[in-house]
Design a protein around this ligand. Structure first.
Ligand SMILES: Nc1ncnc2c1ncn2[C@@H]1O[C@H](COP(=O)(O)OP(=O)(O)OP(=O)(O)O)[C@@H](O)[C@H]1O
Ligand SMILES: [Zn+2]
Ligand SMILES: [Zn+2]
Length: 751
């Protein structure tokens, strides 16, 4: 590479200003993205340090006028540079402006003073606090002593937690607490300042258990192999495929402990929905105050504080969803991604990065390694483990050989034939009666994808699909059935093309109808509903789950949010009302998502000592993802799914890049989509297959019309090259300049 694009100022507003320099002979092959260099700046002979953002062979200006880089500011790449290199990779891979990419990886500085209620809490046991207080009184450190005493008084009153807690504002007013005193007490480790949105660490140092159990041989074998392999320099990601309750979390913690022992740090990504107190508690219990967390309820300022604590070395293990990946640790050793198949790891904002891919890149940049874990790995990851890109480990049994749930599949076509048109099949109803009679709990699960209304026959189960894309067509306005990939359209069928039955139509059902039907069928039962409507208010989610876990209800009805991660030992029956809902969601990952949901849903039944049963109702009992889920057979599912992906050239057999086009003006959008396709075709190559433009699942959202164009290709590099070309071309396109255009490499969630 001959040139380097350099950023000299990383204050936020100027992130997009890069300057190009010539790479001198002695730095050829040495210079890497993220390195800090010295460069001449302006005409006054000034020298500045800057970061290398990108290496390139394309000269943006007059080659003769480019100045050379003077030299490296320091050897190697420091933290800031590592994150900048990651941003450059994200921009290149996923498509966005450099500004958007840098803002994603670098914590945004606190700008406005936030009014958050802060709490001052005791960070030590009462005995330790009392000893410290006596010492302070002896030394006449009255300001500190006053605060400590007030906290101890509080601790005495607050029996339940036994931990003293004061409101920061009140302590300032009534006890004369100053910032200096608070800082000193924090440094001494006596108090902790927290806001209520941060989970408090409920574990006292004396309760931290370094080795709570001896690992089982299967767990220990994984730990030993990963530790030995990585120590020998093999930093390939590890994929742990372990059934629910097989002890994966204990393996993660053991690996993290080994990394901490080397003086390095750890990041643990978990889906937000699993970020429950229970999970966090296990990490606190194991690692004490070295643990901290990030979650979506934190304000920007609190998030920044958490990142600063990590930067200063006060925290060694950061737990959180996707964005915790950018925790500024200087000696990162391991990144764990639990439930690696979860769709929430894919960002929905530009750059639309996948946290798994970005984690692997960050680990590569700083010499760390990645551990992925799931009971139902993504097809992408499992395929990579088969190619040897990831190292696969398996935990096929639950700890203590606890039983897996029993699964039954009910054919809804049979129910119709027998004249049962209710939401509950005869078998599900029978089991519900049985459980209610025994005082056991039931979960009813509707795996609705929200908007997709596919068209199917209730008599024979036939689903109308796109002849070109092999995904189900969705019912749109005006009686049209539409393919969300290629735009193929046809009139809604009045009769089933397969059996001639008139029982054909859009498949729609809501949690409210289910709850009503359950109330009608079981008049005495106490029913809770959890979905988007009932969880909209703050804390709605937690309140419903808590009520259910306290057995204040017999039946919990909900969407996918009820099946993930929650442990309800009282539940012995899970009913999946219509597996077809996610199976025919109209995108190429529908079968994969269905398999994952069904296995997880079944995993909810019988977590306690009483064995559980899952009933899966469907019109497609022969579909491989339902057959495999019922048998809890991941490999069988994977083989058939991979065949489908290979046949249709969907990821991971190929790469799929989406171009989303958005505008408030429908007519202009149609015209723009046409122009975009023209442009796309002018720079395409035979290896790239262009599909669309088409209406996505949501063709209008908040008054914004949306179109999508797809490009398929087995070579990612060709798509990246095409994207770079398009990104350079777009600013000059007058017709397209008013649209919001976004790239999405290997989309995961339907647009
Ligand atoms: N070696 C062990 N000895 C005793 N108990 C263990 C051991 N390993 C795990 N457990 C316990 O078994 C249960 C399941 O383990 P864990 O949560 O680690 O499994 P998991 O695979 O992460 O589960 P899930 O997929 O449901 O999140 C936990 O209660 C855990 O404390
Ligand atoms: Zn039919
Ligand atoms: Zn199609």
């Amino acid at each position: 590479m001959k040139f380097a694009n350099i950023i000299v100022d990383i204050s936020l507003e100027k992130l997009d200003r890069t300057f190009q320099y010539r790479i001198p002979e002695e730095l050829q092959g040495v210079l890497k993205e993220g390195m800090q260099v010295r460069v001449p700046f302006g005409n006054g002979g000034r020298t500045l340090t800057g970061y290398v953002l990108e290496l390139t062979d394309t000269c943006q200006w007059d080659e003769g006028k480019l100045k050379p880089i003077l030299g490296l500011a320091e050897k190697g790449i420091r933290l800031e540079g590592q994150l900048i290199a990651l941003a450059a990779w994200m921009r290149r891979t996923y498509g966005s402006t450099m500004n958007q990419a840098l803002k994603t990886v670098l914590p945004v500085k606190k700008s406005v003073q936030e009014k958050i209620s802060r709490k001052v809490r005791l960070a030590v046991s009462r005995e330790e606090a009392e000893a410290a207080l006596a010492e302070m009184e002896r030394k006449h450190q009255t300001a500190r002593a006053r605060i400590l005493k007030a906290l101890l008084d509080q601790a005495g009153q607050d029996r339940q937690s036994g931990q003293g807690e004061l409101d920061y504002g009140t302590a300032q007013k009534e006890l004369g607490l100053t910032a200096a005193t608070a800082r000193k007490l924090t440094e001494l480790g006596l108090i902790r300042m927290e806001s209520d949105t941060i989970f408090r660490n409920p574990i006292r140092p004396s309760e931290v258990q370094a080795h709570p159990f001896t690992l089982y041989p299967a767990q220990q074998a994984i730990v030993d192999d990963v530790v030995a392999r990585t120590a020998a320099g093999d930093l390939r990601p590890a994929l742990i495929h372990g059934v629910t309750g097989s002890g994966k979390t204990e393996v993660y913690m053991e690996l993290i402990a080994a990394v901490l022992e080397q003086g390095k740090e750890a990041i643990v990504l978990i889906p937000e929905i699993a970020l429950t107190f229970q999970t966090v508690l296990r990490f606190y219990r194991r690692f004490g105050d070295q643990v901290s967390i990030i979650h979506s309820k934190l304000s920007a300022g609190e998030r920044y504080d958490q990142f600063e604590r990590a930067r200063r070395g006060e925290v060694k293990v950061m737990i959180g969803p996707r964005s915790a990946l950018f925790t500024p640790f200087s000696h990162l050793g391991i990144i764990v991604i639990d439930e690696e198949h979860e769709g929430s790891y894919k960002s929905e904002n530009a750059p639309r990065y996948h946290a798994r891919e970005a984690a692997i890149e960050r680990a590569r940049i700083c010499g760390a390694y990645v551990v992925l874990g799931s009971a139902t790995p993504s097809v992408d990851s499992y395929e990579r483990s088969r190619e040897g890109i990831y190292q696969l480990y398996e935990l096929p049994f639950r700890v203590e050989n606890r039983a897996m749930p029993g699964t039954e599949v009910v054919d809804l076509r049979e129910e119709l034939r027998m004249g049962n048109r209710s939401i509950f099949s005869a078998r599900l109803k029978e089991l519900m009666e049985d459980r209610l009679g025994k005082g056991q709990q039931i979960m009813l699960f509707l795996n609705r994808r929200g908007y997709a209304g596919f068209v199917s026959c209730r008599a024979c189960g036939h689903v109308i699909k796109c002849p070109h894309c092999d995904v189900s067509l969705s019912l749109h306005g005006g009686g049209r059935m539409v393919c969300h990939y290629c735009g193929y359209q046809t009139r809604a069928a009045k009769k089933c093309p397969s059996c001639g039955s008139a029982y054909i139509g859009a498949f729609r059902a809501g949690t409210q109808q289910v709850a009503e039907a359950a109330a009608k069928a079981f008049p005495g039962a106490r029913i809770l509903r959890m979905d988007f409507d009932t969880t909209r208010q703050k804390g709605g989610h937690e309140r419903i789950l808590e009520a259910f876990s306290k057995k204040q209800a017999d039946i919990l009805v909900g969407t996918q949010m009820i099946v993930k991660g929650h442990d309800f030992p009282g539940v012995t029956l899970v009913g999946v009302l219509a597996a077809d809902l996610s199976l025919y969601a109209g995108d190429y990952r529908s079968a994969e998502r269905t398999f994952q949901l069904l296995v997880q849903a079944a995993g909810r039944a019988g977590r306690g000592t009483t064995p559980g049963t899952a009933v899966i109702q469907t019109y497609s009992p022969d579909h491989y993802s339902i057959v495999a889920a019922a048998a809890q057979d991941y490999k069988a599912f994977f083989e058939q799914e991979m065949n489908f992906r290979r046949m249709m050239n969907y990821p991971p057999a190929a790469h799929l890049m989406a171009l989303y086009l958005m505008s408030g003006d429908e007519e202009a959008l149609n015209e723009g989509a046409g122009r975009l396709k023209e442009l796309a075709m002018s720079h395409t190559r035979p290896e790239i297959q262009l599909i669309g433009p088409s209406d996505p699942g949501l063709s209008k959202l908040k008054d914004i019309y949306r179109k999508v164009l797809y490009l398929k290709c087995t070579e990612m590099a060709y798509l990246t090259e095409w994207k770079e070309w398009m990104e350079a071309e777009l600013p000059g396109e007058k017709l397209l300049s008013t649209f919001n255009i976004q790239f999405d490499m290997d989309p995961v969630n339907p647009f």
